[in-house]
Design a protein around this ligand. Sequence first.
Ligand code: NIG
Ligand code: FE
Length: 425
Amino acid sequence: MANSLLITGASQLLTLRGRGPRRHAALANLGIVKDGALLVLDGRLVAVGTRAKIEALPEAAAAEKLDLRGRVVLPGFVDSHTHLIHAASRAEEYELKIAGATYEEIARKGGGILNSVKKLRAATSEALKQRARRALTQFAAYGTTTIEAKSGYGLDVASELKILRLHKELAAEQPLDIVSTLLGAHVVPAQYRGSSSGVKRYLALLTEKLIPEVAEEKLAEFCDVFCDRGAFTREQAKQILQAARRHGLTPRVHAEQLTRTGAAQLGVQLGAASCDHLEQVNSSDIAALANSRTVATLLPGCDFHLGLKNYAPARKLIDAGAIVALATDYNPGTSPTLSMPMILSLACSQLRMTPAEAITAATINAAHALRRDDRIGSLGVGKFADLAVFEVADYREIPYYFGVNTCSMTIKRGVVVYDANKATI
Ligand code: NIG
Ligand code: FE
């Protein structure tokens, strides 16, 4: 029996309709339908338009009905950059940072990513899974319906594979989609540090063992490298990402976050799906991104959490024509948030993006960053019925409110997975 659902009562239905990733002024075009409605069949949209038009369809009569009573509806957020699996917070480092220690100083003393690696290796799979389950529940509660998830706190073959297998298990047991990325090149693990031959051995482990095994087991679609001072150089990143490509993994890069390394232009050259962070980009990096299909993913949660003020130049990137996306970068060291609405608030107040641009960056452009624009990120016929419903009268109120959750319902493939009035998930 086909499962059909008629959704009505969207005061503003943000369809994000249109072709291709959004650049320039197209970022501000939300394709709004007033008094909108949607017809869903087996988890996919079969009709999108005004209430009058959709209700008049013959298939609408027999469908189950959901009246949203004037709320704002948009595509579920696509959070295209998260470090989902980690064992614990790093609240102790947060205090050090507040007292004046920099992220890099803490990392040099064995804190930072290596601190999370120690904690992860000591944790059981069940404990990691339990923490991730709670996170996924929260992602859904803030309107996110698809996340990307990176490994990167294992940094040995067994632990990295363990993380990627957990992504798969979690994807099978709960409603949100999880898109997996190998980040074996997060930093050089402790036992390989201190000599160039040690670093070489770790690179060989990545390119000759981990990447081939991950590809063989189909545990990830993407391969990421943290290319920065204290992590991997541009040359090392190139070697890793070229190996990834040979094995069918699509590159993406943590680029130009703490220092400018040239990683963004490397990403463009290698056809990376996205270059993420970009706080330190120069004008030639901006031009390279603008002339490419590589998505420029901005992560303002990092500067907010670290108390920094060198946010990425979003306006320059948009004006140059880059495909700008936004993501939480949910991770214990630089951005412990799961809230895309909070990221939208930061994008507006700190990156000077408009509410419309921020919503586009968090939906359809982010879907492009995950190479899933055929299925998610906008509300058109044939796409997944992945929706976020907000208890507001105007979409601009989504970033306007901050530190409160105005998401009142999240729907994944036509199924209500979060309802603020019921808290079903
Ligand atoms: O995206 N920059 C590298 N990776 C993370 C931070 C990870 C950590 O500190 O645990 C980021 O900011
Ligand atoms: Fe990150």
